[in-house]
Design a protein. Sequence first.
Length: 267
Amino acid sequence: MTAAHGSRPNFLAADPALYVLARPSLDAAELSAFLQAEASQWRRSAGATPAEDLIELAGRICYMSFGPLQSPRGNAEYIRRLIEQEHESVLEHASWTFLLTGVSRAFSHQMVRHRVGFSFSQLSQQYHDEAGTEFVMPQEIKASAEARRLWLQLMEQLRDGYESISRELSRNGARGKESLRAVRSAARSVLPNATQTKLVFSANGRALRHFLATRGAIVGDLEMRKVSALILTRLKSEAPALVSDFELLTPEDGQPLVKQTSLPPPA
Ligand SMILES: Cc1cc2nc3c(=O)[nH]c(=O)nc-3n(C[C@H](O)[C@H](O)[C@H](O)COP(=O)(O)OP(=O)(O)OC[C@H]3O[C@@H](n4cnc5c(N)ncnc54)[C@H](O)[C@@H]3O)c2cc1C
């Protein structure tokens, strides 16, 4: 790293981080009012999370399998069977809102391709001044001293270029929201795929399963693998039964990989 980089402690983005901003919760009073109206009862499994309870409840409504119609099957087994029978629309009732930081624009471009069951809000490069932006260094580049040197040099040039172009286009006084937007829109054209971004995304259980199955084990996509691992780790405590057929592995390359395996055997 050159002296110039050394004077920029924020030049490199921190590792990806995933925060759970919102999660499912069951309204106990509403649930009890419903069961009372139906003169019925629901035996809930001890230890099921609110997300798991919500999925089970939605499934039970389909068959009104409460009271004497409720089988001895516990929550995890109930959800396992929903997945096995591909009755997966029920999984859509549980959804989470996540904040993801420390990922590149290259990554986010891939992520926002997931259209179904996902909602996104992303840091704007038109409204936000990217002059002090950070960059996400790919794992492969971290591993090579020469590639790392070249990469850092280029990132610095590009960020300097962004700043110079912004200054030049603002010379005649870019004022007002739309003028600033125009300047930043033009200047951002030199920012690379490695530019760090932040995303809030909401997604339901079914969509998250699809995402992990499609994206989690692409061997050559290390950034996607890292994010998939973060999502799976959170879901393993938010709703373990929802992801009982996904495993977090660390193959020979030392990077996390999310693999869909088979469902656990029936309880
Ligand atoms: C290994 C890999 C390589 C890729 N390479 C490229 C590439 O080179 N270029 C590129 O542009 N993209 C590429 N993609 C992106 C890919 O094509 C999808 O856009 C992305 O993975 C989102 O998946 P999805 O459409 O299944 O998800 P979602 O959009 O969330 O859709 C979920 C599911 O809903 C159903 N669905 C959604 N929309 C429709 C529809 N209109 N009609 C019918 N069914 C629908 C499908 O069953 C789909 O699987 C690649 C993805 C992977 C995993």
